[in-house]
Design a protein around this ligand. Structure first.
Ligand code: COA
Length: 256
């Protein structure tokens, strides 16, 4: 089977590349497993000083694989445990996390950025969290982190209306550190990762621990996860995923 997540460790920088470009890097259970395994293992690997997440192709990621959501919604699958492992590994990651993002970052593609310590966006980036449009609820502790980061008004609009946020606004709102031309994205993100890799690792870890309470984030993820699992099995969700498969807009007025 093709590996859809590539992992390379160079001079203390562990690069995780989402590599399923023909499906816009939509994340499958197998991809979440590989990401979670890698991030968890990095915690006990002293050679890893910084983690860098990036996506191959024209977009960072179109979010969770909608086909896998649809399988749960129709009762054909029990659902993934690895997505939970992945987001928890982000919450608990003590090393600095850097993200390089281009094109669309949908759903978990955006919410994972709230766990990254430095976020570099290409000028063409568009962030979106259309959970409600898919009859779902926010995840990855974003129901806590997003309003804390950008304010309730903007966060609610992103979640409830699925509003897309362009790179310039994302920078102004504090969702990113830098916006750069697309051709400089990888170089800029790598340069920041290299600067972090030269900093004293112990002080970086202690600073991050003071700034973020990983266990509180995991508790929020668990609360969201309960709602998410329930919503995924509703008629609303079945309509959302059927509409995606049929390439038509959903009609929620006919489902209760
Ligand atoms: N899950 C599964 N497959 C996906 C996907 C996803 N989240 N996003 C894109 N794909 C697939 C498409 O089905 C298509 O496959 P095909 O070539 O076999 O038909 C391929 O990737 C290319 O996608 P396409 O929609 O043609 O690209 P686009 O550039 O026109 O649009 C998006 C890109 C991201 C705007 C659009 O694909 C989209 O809205 N995806 C769903 C995003 C989403 O709702 N994610 C869940 C968030 S919680």
């Amino acid at each position: 089977m093709t590996e859809h997540v590539r992992v390379e460790n160079n001079n203390g920088i562990l690069t995780l590349t989402l590599a399923r470009p023909d499906k816009k890097n939509a994340l499958t259970d197998a991809m979440y497993r590989k990401l979670a395994d890698t991030i968890e293992a990095a915690e006990s690997d002293p050679s890893v000083r910084v983690l860098l997440i990036r996506g191959e192709g024209d977009m960072f990621t179109a979010g969770n694989d909608v086909g896998e959501f649809a399988a749960v919604a129709s009762g054909k699958s029990e659902g993934s445990r690895n997505v939970g492992r992945f987001i928890q590994s982000l919450a608990r990651c003590t090393r600095p996390l850097v993200a390089a993002v281009q094109g669309r970052a949908v759903g978990v593609g955006t919410t994972m950025l709230l766990h990254c310590d430095l976020v570099v966006l290409a000028e063409n980036t568009q962030l979106s969290t259309p959970f409600v449009s898919l009859a779902l609820v926010p995840e990855a502790a974003s129901s806590l982190l997003m309003p804390a980061r950008i304010g309730y008004a903007r966060a609610y609009e992103m979640f409830a209306l699925g509003e897309t946020v362009p790179a310039k606004s994302a920078l102004e709102w504090g969702l990113a550190n830098r916006v750069v031309p697309l051709e400089r994205l990888d170089t800029e993100a790598l340069a920041l990762a290299q600067r972090l890799a030269k900093q004293p690792a112990g002080a970086l870890i202690a600073t991050k621990k003071l700034m973020r309470d990983g266990e509180a984030l995991v508790a929020q993820m668990n609360a969201e996860g309960e709602q998410f699992a329930k919503r995924l099995r509703t008629a609303e969700a079945r309509e959302a995923f059927t509409a995606f498969a049929e390439r038509r807009p959903p009609d929620f007025t006919k489902v209760s």
